[in-house]
Design a protein around this ligand. Structure first.
Ligand SMILES: Cc1ncc(COP(=O)(O)O)c(C=O)c1O
Length: 493
């Protein structure tokens, strides 16, 4: 695999660019998840250059590279000022998951003996991951079946002396609604429990939507009882990936997230994050994006995003067979189908028309749906997006729902997936008509290989795969997804 002789940079870049031809496009607004596009190329260009400038600075040691301390103070300061507590202490992390991991660790270490994290079923799985890594236990509570907001009485029942942390989302990703932050934070405080607001997706969006006229309830560090909040700059901050900020009520709680070790004969270790050596590139990129846009830039992006979200939700409500779940309060819209219009088929149909809409499986009584993240670039193409959704819904109606082979979910659920090797698993999937391979956007089955495909093929249908997953219990879905990942990252047969 490793060449004997080094290759020229131009050749390498050409190879990267041809590999990327099979990727979903990261700009333009036709991919409605994973990527955040301002529609302003010069802003992204400034971020790329700043990223490259800081790329080789190692955030391991603040005394060696004071530039990154200065940048982190500025970035954290801007977020604290915008999220309700100017001067609040914070940490720049690599993303939502790392911010959440550290918020959970801080809570665990602040309340020794309390090992539970109470959260709504709509909270991001990063909390489950954190609990798994940190030896804690998740206590899920239901959401209201109409509004999809966390149930306050259910929190009231669940919070007790075993609870280290109560979690609310602003907004939750699946339906884009803001949990009752004030009520739950007050409940938590009255029981001596810390309360984290997961504003990973909304922290750098809701303030601008509010300025643009949206009715956004209080959700940030100014709310009594809120003890930490996460805000991803690589989402609606539009920074390159690897950028999130975690803020704390006070420096004492932040110290609980830190880690130091002098238990070896090497250099002393003191880490603010899970990673130790890490590039300051993402910090440079985030700083440059904030500076290049400024308050005015974000306000304008907020205005456009709000208008696009309203137009999208209104338009979807007029399409027969579709409905919007809840009242989207941010820029995330979840669209459910009906017995006539299968949303998984709709997603496939949209894909063949060049649009990626993200399928979400049913869970905890919430129906399967497709998820659209509206960003700064969406407004310019919102009519085209609505047309595609309408056409795809019509095509889905003509095709009918995805058919799950009879008995297959039961058969899969009865298998001991851990006992199969990857090759047998791949064969089994193939016998059910599912080609496992390198996924692009949850799906197409281009085999991983050295020779890149020149042009992106439309994804083969994922509707049946999604329908099968949808019919399985969550634990079986997880086992299948892990096997899928393992096969994907194994050398091609
Ligand atoms: C509400 C929420 N929390 C946490 C995360 C996890 O963020 P990341 O993918 O940056 O780890 C996401 C990602 O979409 C999210 O929407």
């Amino acid at each position: 695999m490793l060449p004997d002789h080094g290759r020229p940079a131009a050749e390498l870049l050409a190879e990267l660019s041809s590999l990327r031809a099979a990727d979903l496009p990261v700009r333009g607004g036709k991919v409605t998840a994973y990527v955040y596009d301002t529609g302003l190329p010069e802003v992204h260009e400034a971020a790329h250059r700043a990223y490259a400038e800081m790329l080789e600075v190692n955030m391991l040691d603040p005394t060696a590279f004071p530039s990154m301390v200065a940048l982190e103070r500025q970035v954290v300061g801007a977020v604290a000022e915008t999220l309700g507590r100017p001067g609040a202490p914070g940490i720049f992390t690599s993303g939502g998951t790392e911010s959440i991991m550290l918020a959970v660790k801080a809570a665990r270490d602040a309340r020794p003996g309390a090992t539970r994290v109470v959260l709504p079923v709509t909270a991001h799985p990063a909390f489950h991951k954190a609990a798994h890594y940190l030896g804690m236990e998740i206590v899920p509570v239901p959401v209201d079946p109409v509004t999809y907001r966390a149930s306050v009485p259910a929190f009231g029942d669940a919070l007790d002396e075993r609870t280290a942390l109560a979690v609310v989302s602003a907004p939750s990703y699946p339906q884009g609604v803001v949990d009752p932050v004030g009520e739950i934070a007050a409940l938590a405080a009255s029981r001596g429990v810390l309360c984290h607001v997961d504003a990973c997706v909304g922290g750098w969006l809701l303030p601008w939507l509010r300025e643009a006229g949206a009715a956004i309830p209080p959700f940030d560090l100014a709310v009594p009882g809120v003890t930490s909040i996460s805000c991803d700059l690589h989402k609606f901050g539009y920074a390159p990936k690897g950028a999130s900020v975690l803020l704390f009520r006070d420096a004492e709680l932040r110290r609980r997230a830190y880690f130091a070790s002098a238990a070896w004969p090497g250099y002393t270790i003191v880490n603010a994050t899970v990673q130790s050596s890490r590039s300051a590139g993402p910090l440079g990129g985030a700083w440059a994006t904030l500076e290049a846009l400024g308050r005015e830039g974000y306000r304008e992006l907020g205005r456009r995003t709000l208008e696009a979200t309203r137009r999208l939700a209104e338009g979807v409500r007029k399409i027969p067979g579709l409905r919007v779940l809840g009242e989207p309060e941010a820029a995330l819209v979840a669209i459910a189908g009906s017995p006539e219009v299968d949303v998984f088929v709709l997603a496939d149909e949209a894909r063949t028309r060049g649009w990626f809409l993200q399928p979400q499986l049913s869970y905890a009584g919430i129906p399967a749906n497709i998820h659209i993240t509206v960003t700064g670039v969406t407004l310019a193409g919102v009519d085209a997006m609505l047309e595609v959704i309408e056409e795809a819904a019509e095509a889905a109606r003509r095709r009918g729902p995805a058919e799950v082979p009879e008995g297959l979910p039961e058969l899969i659920a009865s298998l001991d997936l851990d006992a199969l090797d990857d090759a047998t698993f791949a064969e089994l999937a193939a016998s059910a008509g599912i080609a496992l391979g390198l996924p692009a956007g949850n799906g197409p089955a281009a085999r991983p290989g050295t020779a890149p495909e020149p042009a992106p093929e439309p994804a083969p249908g994922m509707a049946v795969v999604n329908a099968i997953l949808d019919a399985l219990p969550a634990a079986t879905r997880e086992a299948i997804l892990l096997r899928f990942l393992s096969v994907t990252y194994s050398p091609p047969a």
